[in-house]
Design a protein around this ligand. Structure first.
Ligand code: NAD
Length: 256
């Protein structure tokens, strides 16, 4: 059996890009997502290309589902080497108008979901007894104030805290914990953010996208593949002495 990487939110976007990159480093991939249809499509496509991949249903907000995911994937695909807490959701709204259900769901998925992922992965790594890698999706919004994205920003600040705290605590077990901070990566999440932001600001979507693009020194939006390279590096042997770090993958937008 090969080494196993579990990637949450791997049915589309950045998570899909991570799954497609990691197979090239000989991982068997658990394509885990709340959306069964997209997860199965990605897993089937990777399998058709001769890679080892399998789709799993998970709602990362449900602690037991995350633990069950780890157990099922280990049984099916082998020893866990890497857990990528990529699944996340976003919404744009003002403090005053944000719906309580939206705020609670966002914190449940992004912040608690990442907590459960670290907990489930660390439990498995300790059982296996020879270390492991955890990589979390943070964001530029985890470093600086984001008007109209307060709950999202709070969740990403929190993920940075979780990354650093888990890195300190789990280092004794040779488990590294790092994070990636995408800037602007064109995915369905980004399309939705741009549409809502444009509507609130009374701009057209192309005008909103142009003002975001103007903030990127490297002159283009990021791709899931750009982010996936950083995840592959954090997972690699080359990064074995790196832990508790968050790396900007943003074309030079910010230097934190
Ligand atoms: P996306 O919306 O395109 O994809 C997210 C995936 O996560 C989807 O497949 C979705 O079904 C899945 N998902 C959502 N809730 C889930 C849950 N409860 N359990 C399991 N799976 C769930 O988003 P994306 O742009 O690919 O973002 C991926 C990660 O990167 C997120 O954590 C996001 O916050 C972060 N990020 C993205 C950007 C960007 O510009 N796209 C920027 C900064 C950070």
């Amino acid at each position: 059996m090969s080494k196993l990487a579990i990637v949450t939110g791997a049915g589309q976007g950045i998570g899909e890009g991570i799954a497609r990159r990691l197979v090239k480093d000989d991982y068997a991939i658990a394509v885990a997502d709340i959306n069964d249809e997209t997860a199965q499509k990605v897993a089937a496509d990777l399998t058709a290309q001769g890679y080892q991949a399998r789709a799993y249903h998970v709602d990362v907000a449900q602690r037991q589902e995350v633990f069950d995911l780890v157990q099922k994937a280990v049984t099916d695909l082998g020893e866990l080497a890497l857990f990528v807490n990529n699944a996340g959701i976003a919404f744009i709204d003002s403090f005053v108008d944000s719906a309580p259900d939206d705020v609670e769901r966002l914190l449940d998925v992004n912040l608690k979901g990442t907590y459960w992922g670290i907990q489930a992965a660390a439990t498995q790594f300790k059982k296996q007894g020879h270390g492991g890698r955890i990589v979390n999706a943070a964001s530029l919004a985890g470093y600086e104030a984001s008007a109209l994205q307060s709950a999202y920003s709070a969740s990403k600040f929190g993920i940075r805290g979780l990354t650093q705290s888990a890195a300190k605590e789990l280092a004794a077990d040779q488990i590294t914990v790092n994070a990636y901070n995408p800037g602007i990566v064109r995915t369905k999440m980004r399309d939705a953010i741009d549409a809502k932001t444009a509507a609130i600001k009374g701009k057209t979507v192309p005008a909103q996208q142009a003002s975001c693009l103007a903030e990127i020194p490297l002159g283009r939006e990021g791709t899931p593949a750009d982010v996936a390279e950083v995840v592959a590096w954090f997972a690699s042997d080359a990064a074995k002495y790196v832990t508790g770090q968050s790396l900007q993958v943003d074309g030079g937008m910010r230097f934190h």
